[in-house]
Design a protein around this ligand. Structure first.
Ligand SMILES: C[S@@+](CC[C@H](N)C(=O)[O-])C[C@H]1O[C@@H](n2cnc3c(N)ncnc32)[C@H](O)[C@@H]1O
Length: 196
């Protein structure tokens, strides 16, 4: 496995647990920012009836492709080149859009673009699932998230942990309504939105 992430290894089971409660057994899922593909691999093995469409920026695709080719299963589709800064959605509608640890990496405007693209890609009543840390009422949920936010900003000033309320407002504008906010291990959240 190239570009293996210990965090993705640790959070894949709790995330699958939430997905299992909400995804139809034959769901089509578009993943944005698949990284090394650890979640794509785990979810597609855990839920053999789903169809998983991973995506990434062009520069990351060779590693993602290599990992999926080596470890993948038949219900993972060939990964798509999808850069939020460049691409619009032009594929078939999907039952769910999933993005883990992407909202705090990309800029605020690309985060809004992710939400908008999800709304365009989803079938009616489809689900947007956003995994990662958030701030509530302008406050970090833990001191370690405040430290993480500063680390992100030192690396890239456009990065940073997003305000829950701002994400909800962006989603509402795009026709997506928050239905669940699950507290997850390691100070993360899983936000679920339904296309209304
Ligand atoms: C912290 S990694 C998360 C990877 C994986 N989802 C996980 O949880 O392990 C953030 C991902 O966002 C992707 N990303 C960054 N900018 C992006 C953009 N403009 N469009 C799409 N993906 C982007 C990166 O390539 C990277 O794989």
């Amino acid at each position: 496995m190239q570009n293996y992430s210990q965090a993705a290894e640790n959070n894949k089971a709790p995330i699958a647990n939430i997905m299992g409660r909400h995804l139809p057994s034959d769901a089509s899922v578009l993943e944005i920012g698949s990284g090394a593909g650890q979640h794509a691999l785990h979810m597609s093995h855990t839920f053999p009836g789903i169809t998983w469409l991973p995506s990434e920026r062009e520069v990351v695709l060779p590693i993602l492709r290599a990992n999926l080719t080596r470890h993948g299963s038949s219900n993972i589709q060939s990964p798509l080149a999808l850069d939020l800064a460049e691409h619009a959605w032009c594929g078939d509608s999907v039952d769910a859009v999933y993005a883990a640890n992407v909202m705090h990496i990309v800029s605020d405007s690309l985060g809004a673009r992710l939400v908008q693209l999800a709304a365009e890609a989803l079938k009616p009543s489809g689900l947007l699932m956003l995994y990662g840390p958030y701030k509530y009422d302008g406050r970090f949920t833990t001191e370690s998230n405040a430290v993480f936010d500063q680390w992100l900003k030192d690396r890239d000033p456009a990065s940073g942990i997003r305000d829950f309320e701002a994400v909800i407002a962006t989603a509402e504008c795009a026709g997506l309504t928050l239905t669940q906010d699950y507290a997850m291990p390691a100070n993360n959240q899983m936000l679920l939105f339904e296309r209304t």
